[in-house]
Ligand binder design. Structure first.
Ligand code: PFF
Length: 460
């Protein structure tokens, strides 16, 4: 069998893994979810989930990946439990579905870079017209998918690692420049207060579910991304340290995105924070409008930098989304990496076409399904989000943790985590894992999964 790839250094792995985590979820999803979920209270619940629930799931995935040295499906067989590889298959399916719509949104962002550069802030008023023009946005999406496939086809260290090492630092520099800029606008502080001072009266079950979903998606958990990336790392790396660093980077970038965007919202709303779209359209409708207000030249520059940054963040995530199915077919069906990357990306692009058409172009896909108890139909893209992100990821996470503790056995998992972490026996991490992993964590994830399914699809 051809040699599998490897990350050439720990820092390269961290860059790629953090690159997977940091994406549209942080810069597009997090601010709008926080905006819709009452601001700081959402942030607080989200932080709790990231560290208390998601961090152990990430460790679990990394341990399974490194021990088995295989892809998300083959890993279960390599550990001696082939019957459980349905968990990996669910992960591959989630990856394909998520990438299919994620690429559509990345394509929109890519197109906006040119719109902003041309000073076309009008696009804000016509977002619907923009997404309806599927030949233009479909081409941007196609280019984005080609870039993703190209990086994945180059392999782990030459493609994924190299790209992440350039894209991630550029992203961070661009974000900090924009924060400094936005903090000096009038009424910036009103936005910051909304984002950072919690109002506990706004805590509802919807806030809790959304924060949970957001944490899972943002950390790329529940579909085997970290099983796959974990299979490419060295035996002596410290998994706990790596998982902590990846989580901190992801959370840090989400908070940074909030610090960048909420001052802009404070500015445009004159400090009242009302009347500003806070849904998914936040980034595509509200922000360009703000860039236009800043002035024609400065606005074009700021806008272009912003959307370029969004593309960079998205690209390291689409690469990881594609790597999960690619590594599966390379390992299990002995396809060459190059063929696998181009083939899978082609398939995923085709699966994404209904999502592309469901934003105004085709009324069939725009009003695809009406859930039980709902009074509005759901478009195809949101339908896939509801299935893959909201349902499959927490389910996959629950199953992986259950598998690791009860089937693979916690002693084996602990032995793997202890490799590269000298004082594991006496660490608080060990105590914490022993406390949450057997029942509390998989149980909570399973309950959340069930509640999400019942409330989303069945109107409970
Ligand atoms: N974490 C990415 C984001 O926040 O945009 C999305 C993602 C990437 C989810 C990879 C899942 C995944 F496996």
């Amino acid at each position: 069998m051809a040699a599998r790839g490897n990350f050439s250094s720990r820092i390269g792995f961290i860059a790629a893994a953090a690159g997977s985590a940091v994406g549209l979820g942080n810069i597009w999803g997090f601010p709008y979810e926080a905006g819709a979920g009452g601001g700081a209270i959402f942030v607080l619940v989200y932080l709790f989930f990231c560290f208390a629930l998601c961090f152990p799931v990430m460790l679990t995935e990394l341990a399974i990946g490194r021990k088995s040295g295989r892809n998300a499906v083959g890993a279960f067989e390599a550990l001696g439990h082939k019957k459980w590889n349905f968990i990996g298959k669910l992960g591959v399916l989630s990856g394909v579905l998520i990438l299919s719509f994620y690429n559509v949104i990345a394509g929109w962002a890519f197109g906006y870079t040119f719109e902003m550069a041309a000073g076309n802030f009008e696009v804000t008023e016509h977002f619907r017209a923009y997404t309806t023009n599927i030949f233009a946005v479909g081409s941007y999406g196609l280019l984005f998918m080609i870039a993703t496939a190209y990086i994945v086809s180059k392999g782990v260290s030459e493609g994924i690692e190299k790209a992440a090492k350039v894209l991630m630092p550029s992203l961070i520099i661009m974000m900090f420049s924009l924060i400094i800029y936005s903090l000096f606008l009038p009424n910036a502080m009103a936005g910051i207060k909304f984002f950072l001072l919690p109002d506990f009266s706004k805590l509802t079950s919807t806030v809790v579910f959304n924060a949970m979903g957001q944490a899972f998606f943002s950390l790329s958990l529940g579909m085997g991304t970290f099983i796959t990336y974990g299979s490419y790392i060295k035996k002596n790396d410290n998994l706990i340290g790596s998982a902590a660093l990846i989580t901190l980077t992801d959370v840090g970038i989400a908070i940074t995105a909030g610090l960048m965007i909420f001052p802009l919202i404070g500015f445009i709303s004159g400090g009242s924070l009302s009347g500003v779209g806070r849904g998914p359209e936040l980034i595509f409708v509200t922000l360009p409008h703000i860039f236009g207000e800043i002035g024609p030249t400065a606005g074009a520059i700021v806008g272009m930098v912003f959307f370029l940054l969004l593309c960079f963040a998205a690209l390291t995530s689409t690469v990881s989304l594609l790597e999960v199915p690619v590594s599966y077919v390379v390992d299990e069906f002995k396809l060459s990496r190059k063929k696998a990357a181009w083939l899978m990306s082609g398939i995923v692009y085709l699966i994404g076409i209904p999502s592309l058409m469901g934003n105004g172009y085709s009324s069939y896909f725009s009003e695809f399904i009406t859930y039980i108890g709902a009074d509005q139909p759901t478009d195809f893209l949101s339908f896939i989000v509801n299935i893959a992100n909201d349902s499959f990821l927490p389910l996959g996470g629950a199953l992986m943790v259950f598998f690791a503790v009860h089937i693979w056995k916690k002693e084996n998992m602990e032995a793997e985590i202890a490799v590269g972490f000298e004082n594991y026996e006496n660490s608080w991490v060990r105590k914490y894992l022993r406390f949450v992993m057997p029942v509390l964590l998989p149980g909570t994830l399973f309950i959340i999964f069930s509640m999400i399914v019942l409330s989303t699809f069945f109107g409970f």
